[in-house]
Design a protein around this ligand. Structure first.
Ligand code: ADP
Ligand code: MG
Length: 242
């Protein structure tokens, strides 16, 4: 039996047409991400990295092409079913943090789980365990405005990881973090992938992409290269595609 990808993008395009301007944000992307794989996406600003991630996470719809997550064709799902797949299978970490200001760190993380029917007590235990993994137990009871930017960013990452989702999508998750904390976040993602999850991470930094199995380079909405991050040439490629 051949292994199925957790994420399959086929001939994916996304055109933004605002009347005055037409932007081809993605021009035919094909990408499979298998269980256990950590894929880094690099490319200049405006190359389509965030668009790729939001299509993969079902937050935006493609102009053409297909997104399949854990065997589900996202475009064929009802709104309710799509919402359920997003909650259960996909951990999406947005660029910048988007925590609810009226909930504590632990409540923010537990929310998608309780919405999915996990009992309150269990959701809270999971939230606390995930906070502990990210060395954030001290902020469990704090509200977002009582945390530093780096802490908020890590709590948002914890919310994407809780419940052992099969696909983790993170848009520059390390952007607001100091190098040491950034490395610890990448190490945690690596552990999750080694345990069978799949992850796609947008990053500008070669040092973080070094945790990935593969690095995909985007330019003007197209994939212009792909390399194994363990290969000798990969750092050179990362530089060349900046
Ligand atoms: P990146 O994350 O690599 O910086 P994005 O995916 O955010 O790039 O954007 C890709 C292109 O699509 C850019 O030219 C951007 O201006 C454009 N774009 C993104 N979202 C919209 C939108 N909602 N409306 C119009 N253009 C958009
Ligand atoms: Mg972006």
């Amino acid at each position: 039996m051949t292994e199925q990808p957790v994420l399959r993008l086929t001939a994916l395009t996304r055109i933004h047409d605002s009347g005055a301007a037409v932007v081809h944000a993605l021009r035919g992307i094909d990408l499979d991400v298998f269980p256990g794989e950590l894929v880094a996406v690099m490319g200049p600003s405006g190359s389509g990295k965030s668009t790729l991630l939001s299509l993969a996470g079902g937050l935006d719809q493609p102009t053409s092409g297909e997104v399949v997550v854990a065997g589900e064709h996202l475009a064929r799902l009802s709104r309710t079913r799509l919402a359920a797949v997003r909650r259960r299978c996909i951990g999406y970490v947005a660029q910048g943090d988007d925590l609810s200001p009226t909930l504590t760190a632990a409540e923010n993380i537990a929310l998608p789980r309780t919405r999915d029917g996990v009992p309150d007590g269990e959701a809270r235990r999971e939230a606390l365990a995930t906070l502990a993994e990210l060395d954030l137990s001290a902020v469990a009871g704090r509200f977002p405005d009582e945390m530093s930017g780096g802490q908020r960013q890590r709590v948002a990452i914890a919310r994407g990881l809780v419940g052992h989702r099969r696909l983790v999508l993170a848009d520059e998750p390390t952007g607001a973090l100091d190098p040491e904390t950034g490395e610890s976040v990448m190490a945690l993602l690596r552990v999750r992938c080694d345990a069978g999850a799949a992850a796609v991470i947008v990053t500008h930094e070669a040092r973080y992409a070094g945790w990935a199995d593969r690095v995909v380079f985007l330019r003007d909405g197209a994939m212009v290269g792909q390399t194994l991050s363990t290969s000798a040439e990969w750092l050179l490629s990362a530089e060349a595609h900046r």
